[in-house]
Structure formats: structure tokens, C-alpha cells
Ligand binder design. Sequence first.
Ligand code: HEM
Length: 538
Amino acid sequence: MAAVVHDHLLRRLSNEAAAAGPGSLFIFVLTLLLVVLLPLLFLRRFVESTASPGDDRLLSKLPSPPNKLPIIGHLHLMGSFPPISLAALAAKHGPDLMLLRLGTVPTVIASSPRAAEAILRTHDHVFASRPRSMVAEVVIYGQSNSCYSPYGDHFRKVRKVVTVHLLNSKKVQAYRPAREEEVAIVMARLLAGAASGAAVDMSALLHSFANDLICRAVSGKFFRAEGRNELFRELIDTNAKLLGGFNLDDYFPRFARVGLVSKIVCADAKKMSRRWDALLDAVIDEHAARAKDDADTDFVDVLLSRQREYGLTRNHIKAILLDMFEAGTDTSYSTLDVAMAELMRKPEAMAKLQAEVRRMVPTKGQEMVTESDLPTMTYLKAVIKETLRLHPAAPLFVPHLSMEACEIDGYTIPSGTRVMVNAWAIGRLSACWDNPHDFIPERFMDGNNDVDLKGKTDFRYVPFGAGRRMCPGIHAAAATLEIMLANLVYRFDWELPAGVRKEDIDMTEVFGLTVHRKDKLLLVPKPAWSFLAASKAS
Ligand code: HEM
């Protein structure tokens, strides 16, 4: 209807102008410009590439899937689980590097060990920044945490605080009693559940374990009494949905920043940020007011004690705490959940793991595996590595951003280009792995154990990333995954609920900030009393 009226108006104007002579013709042309061309130009600005025309020409030389649509570009090809869709596209169109136009944002996808090495090691200094995100700016105090901070002095400072004072291996070691206590609580819950013989929702149990552990590391041993862990969990979930969901700003940044649109885009983020702010302020205030006990410092104590040395504002402290909650909870929970699911689908791997863990525990009749028992459990470590190969918790990492033009394989990637590394695709390349889609922990054993978990030399395996942006929580994650998984298989034998076969376990994953299995994992725990009693007696 609007188009018909518009058409009619233009026709009328042009007839009148032609009849009235050259002065009116000029007015007609001017009107035409205002009515038709300016809105078009204005709209074009919102849907044209965010790269400059010169940079766009350079990017266009990269291999790219053909079926790009107007305005949305390749967005329709992302599918419900982008790592899989991108892996299939890369296999066809760009096995190393490939260009996708996600809305108006040109995005380079690295899908091979060679390409990952180029981005994360050879040119790490170029690709170590992060794109700006309106939602992250609101939720995470102007992106002043480690995870979202653009590269620069502030990032280096925050990263140092996180790696040196919160997550170094000595600190991780210091949290050993806390980890063991939290594992013991889960064991007690499972024993109580086992008494009824009913299936336990392992996904929920492991989720609250990971959440409680982070709450405890962040705000100390009284967190449960304070009753805040449920609130933290709710806020972490909502945050993850906000940051990992479809954000207009990630694909149409110019449009998303227009007055009213930006208000809509940020509305939920603002609500969420007010809730976080109140909660974190309360936690920090309580810590600042109470007497220090050096033997039992948590993350808030550490950050307050380093505040002056590093010139951290209160908002910086809150942003770093958010980092720990956001990056540390879902990654650990989803890895444990999917490891148990894989073990249930492959009973011989479960049996082998149980045999190893039960054999290696030194004291007969010992009720729990302790962290001192773990170093020699090589199959346990292989199971965790294999789980992360098949199911990296952050399969596309957090997007990287180039800070200057850089040449890789004869292609120029201009400054300001968004880059993603597809760790999911790399972990399943048939050129790198035999039977790449099968769960075979043995591939990390028996002389094959040369794969470097830290991503320094072997870019076939990058679940934690590599280089300047590599996950600083790798030691904390390994400690959590090992002690929990070891105890689950040590204390219990596991069965599927009646009528469920191992083939029925659905491994479909849901994509977001991190990924997790879609279905909840229901398992029946059978306490291994006979094993414990036998080992006590012998
Ligand atoms: C199974 C467990 C985990 C996995 C697979 C994992 C994986 C990753 C990956 C892939 C990245 C992004 C790397 C990149 O963008 O290049 C990352 C970043 C990060 N992770 Fe983890 N992570 C895990 C656990 C943890 C834990 C337990 C913590 C902290 C308590 C943590 C803290 C962080 C932080 C702060 C970053 C941002 C680093 C930066 O940009 O400087 N992660 N992680």
C-alpha cells in the first residue's frame, strides 16, 4: 500500500514539474533525492559490510560458500549447532580458512590445525583482540574482564591478575580441600539417591556441583550458609543466554547502535546488570568489612588485596568475578556430563576406567579418591582428553579480532576482522584422527600420549585455545574434572533407567556461550559396597 502511494506521489510530482519548467524541475530532482535516494542510502549503510571497500576486496579473495543471501549474507547457513554446519562448509569451501558474511560482519573461520596455528601462534600478537559487543559492554562493565577485553594495557593487567593471583597452579592446589569437600557432598547426595533405587538427574547434580565450587572459590566457605548459590546460578544462566544468544549487534552492528534499536537490544542486559551489580556489591562489601584469615582467602579477598597494586576499580573487580562465574561453571559441568554420557555409551571404557581408578587407590577400603591418588591414573586423563576432543566446551572459542593486516597462505586478512577457530571441526578431522567421531580414549595412551593439552605445539587439539587468549582456567578445570570423574566411577557402578538402552542416549548438543547436551542424563547409581568391603577385607 505504502509503495502504491509513494509511486503515485512521484508520478504526480514529475508531471507537475515537467509542465512548470526548469526551476520546478530542479525542485523535483531535489525532492526525488530526498524522498527516494536518501532513505535508500541511509538503509544501505546498515546492510553494507562493516569492512571498508578496500578491505572487503581483500577479504573477498578468501574461499567462501556461494549461497550468500542479500542482507543476511551466510547467516542462514549457521544451522542450530554452528560448529557442525561450519565444519561441513569448511570441508567443501575452505578447509583451512573460509570467509563468511554473518549479516554485515565479515568473519574468517579457521578449521584446520594449520590455520589454528597461524591464528593462535604464528600471528597470535595480531589476532589477540576481541570485538566490541554492546551486550557484553553492559553486562560486563565495559568489557573490562579478561574474556571480552580488547587487547591492550588493560587486558594485559587483568589477564595478569587472573593468571598470577587467581588461577595459577599453586592457587589451584590451595583449593584442593574445597574441591574434595564439594565432591564428598555430591557423593553423599548420590548415596541418598541410590537408597531409593531411582534414577538421578546427573546433569542437574553436576551443574550444581560446578556452580557451588565456583561460588566457594569466589566468595568463600560460607557461601552455602549465605544461600546465594542458587541466585548466582540463575544469573549465570541468564547471562550465558544473553551473551551466547542471537545478538543483533554481532551481525548488524551499525543498525543495532541506532537510538531506539540499541535501547531494545540492551534492555535485558541492563536489567541483568543491575541484579549482578547488587549481588556482587553485597559480596564485596561483606569481604571488605570482615577480618582476614590468610589461610582461607577466596577470589574476592585476593582481588581486594591486589586492588591498589594493579589500579583496579570496583567495577574491574566485579568484571573479573563475572569472568570466573561465566567461564568456570558451564564448561566444567558440561564436560563432566558429556564424559559420563560417553562412558555409558561405551561400557568397556567405563569398566576400564573403573578398574584403573579402583586399582590405583592406595588404601584398602578408602571411601573417596583423593587428589594425591590422581597423578598415575593415565586412563582417567585419556578419558577427559577424548571427551574434550569430541565435545570442546567452547567449540568456536570467544571471537578473536585482528589488530593489523596480516598475510596467511597468500590471503590478506585486514585489521579489524573477526576470526573464529572451529575447535570442534579440528578435533574431528579424519586427516588428523582415526575414526574421528568415535570415543576412543586409548588414542591418548600407549605411546600416543604426545598430544599437548596446552595447545603449545599440537594444533590438532585445542579445546582450551592457545596463545595470549588461551584459557587461564586450564589447571582449575583439569583438577575439577579429574577428582569428580574419578570419584563417580570409584564409588558407584552405573546403570541406565529401566527400558533405556545405551543407544538411546542422545548426544545432541545445544550451542551458546558454551555448549551442553540437550537431554538431561538420568542414571541409576549402584554403590560399589561390595568392592569397598572386599578391598577392606583383603
Ligand atoms: C572444561 C573446562 C574449560 C574449557 C574447555 C575452557 C575453554 C576455554 C576456551 C576455548 C577459551 C577461549 C580461548 C580463545 O578465545 O582463544 C577460554 C577462555 C577463558 N577461560 Fe576457559 N575453559 C574451561 C574452564 C575454565 C575455568 C574453570 C575457568 C576459570 C575458573 C576458565 C576461565 C577462562 C577465562 C577467564 C577465559 C578468557 C581468557 C581471555 O580471553 O583472556 N575456563 N576457555
